[in-house]
Design a binder for this molecule. Structure first.
Ligand code: PHE
Length: 456
């Protein structure tokens, strides 16, 4: 095999470009919106510890497996499985990935649309003059068309970047803006933890309460880890196919996971202490819902000198972080339509984004006109949110490690991760053992126990 990706496929031009793009996919609403939410819904500290354990022992190995598959096959997720395991049903994993992309982007674009509304509210000054942040969020999210318009604007932005192509589109954005986001979050964390009463929130996050944990919370920690790292559906198979042969995949995986986990923990430190400071009660009393960060953070900005500026920059960067994630989800679908069904990039982008938007609008409407429409006790938004991370991604992750551990030739895996022997062999043995045994057994047990013992 040559040193560069074959033929006319696009590739990332630099090492930092790869990390920036993969981190751009990983860092997004999953860290800043979803992580503080599921952490507060699942008891705090113990959930955080489980989460970190899953990132290390399952997340990084699955990420490495995905990069390996993609770089080896040089194709989209569907084509990769077909190429590496010809004549077998393994390509169905690719199919599951594409379905998952639909489910995720549909509800993710709802929340991404909210960030645009909040950006506009921040710029107009309305946001920081609002007295009742909960009412403000409820009024907006239940509105019959405003959130839909923002969602569609967001989908349009996503489609535009995906249409512009990998190198020009994705790399350029992520390189500059993600570090700025990190710095801004640190500022907000400092303000949040210094609010009167915030100490209880810090304790809640760092002192584990194991009585709050059952199989379902364990599954949710695993699902959140998968969601946050963008693993389990082939996003990173697709990105892996654009990574040059000389990139050290294990190092890249560890760096991306570190960046992603740091931002998730910092986001919780930005949100949770502030909940305690402002609500002066327990988390349970406020029963956190999808509006959590949109209700809590504006109050933190209000209490900061220069809060308006902070709020504007924050919601701008949050929208960008969401965009670098949505493009990676749409890219899975577009790469498939383009390479397998031979559509042009333009047509693939158009068809992919329009069909996802249709489901997406229904998800957005589940806060307003469709609030009473429920399946298994979930709204459309709730079901997509729950099932995509905890069922589809975890199942996808399971199949991916089983594929790399048991189906792909060991030598192929070794070649991809060793970079011609640069990686010490003991490291290889450990990682391969995790991929073969630990990760699949752990995911299998958790998924089965949670679904059968606690129910959906
Ligand atoms: N990881 C992204 C986030 O945290 C969401 C995502 C999930 C992106 C799955 C791609 C694939 O916001």
């Amino acid at each position: 095999m040559s040193n560069l990706p074959s033929g006319n496929r696009d590739s990332f031009s630099s090492k930092f470009g790869v990390i920036a793009a993969a981190a751009g996919s990983a860092v997004g609403l999953g860290n800043i919106w979803r992580f503080p939410l599921v952490t507060t819904q699942n008891g705090g500290g113990a959930f955080l510890l489980l989460y970190i354990g899953f990132i290390l022992f399952i997340g990084i190995p699955v990420m490495l497996s995905e990069f390996t598959i993609g770089r080896r096959a040089q194709l989209n997720v569907f084509g990769s499985f077909k190429k590496l395991a010809p004549g077998t049903p393994w390509y169905l994993v690719g199919f599951l990935g594409i379905l998952t992309a639909f489910a995720i982007l549909a509800f993710y674009s709802t929340v991404a649309g909210w960030t645009l509304e909040y950006l506009v509210q921040a710029i107009s000054g309305k946001l920081l003059h609002t007295q009742d942040m909960e009412k403000n969020f409820a009024d907006f999210s239940t509105h019959p068309y405003r959130p839909i318009i923002w969602q569609l604007v967001f989908m349009l932005l996503t489609a535009f970047v995906v249409y512009a192509g990998i190198k020009k589109g994705i790399e350029k954005f992520t390189k500059i803006l993600m570090p700025v986001l990190l710095v801004l979050i640190i500022f907000v964390v400092i303000r949040s933890i210094s609010l009167p009463g915030a100490g209880e929130g810090v304790k809640y996050l760092f002192v584990p309460d194991w009585s709050a944990v059952n199989f379902k919370t364990v599954l949710m920690a695993l699902g959140q880890a998968a969601f946050s790292l963008s693993i389990g559906m082939g996003t990173l198979v697709t990105y892996g196919s654009y990574i040059r042969k000389d990139n050290n995949l294990l190092k890249t995986s560890a760096q991306v996971a570190l960046a992603d986990t740091s931002i998730a923990i910092l986001s919780s430190l930005m949100v949770i202490p502030a909940i305690f400071a402002f609500s002066a009660g327990t988390i349970d009393q406020m029963s956190p819902g999808p509006g959590l960060v949109f209700e809590v953070l504006p109050n933190v900005f209000k209490s900061m000198p220069g809060g308006i500026i902070f709020s504007i920059i924050f919601f701008f960067l949050l929208s960008v972080a969401a965009l670098t994630s949505t493009i990676s989800v749409l890219e899975v679908v577009v790469a498939y339509l383009k390479e397998e069904l031979k559509f042009s990039r333009g047509k693939a982008t158009l068809i992919g984004s329009i069909s996802i938007s249709i489901l997406g609008v229904l998800a957005t409407m589940s806060f307003g006109p469709l609030a009473d429409f429920q399946i298994f006790g979930y709204t459309i938004f709730g079901l997509l949110n729950y099932a995509s991370a905890n069922i589809m991604l975890t199942f996808g992750a399971l199949l991916i490690v089983v594929f790399v551990g048991w189906r792909m030739r060991k030598i192929a895996f070794m070649e991809e991760i060793s970079n011609k022997g640069q990686l010490v062999s003991v490291m290889f043995t450990i990682v391969f053992f995790i991929i073969r045994f630990i990760a699949p057994i752990a995911i299998g047990i958790i998924a089965v126990a949670a679904l059968f013992m606690e129910g959906l």
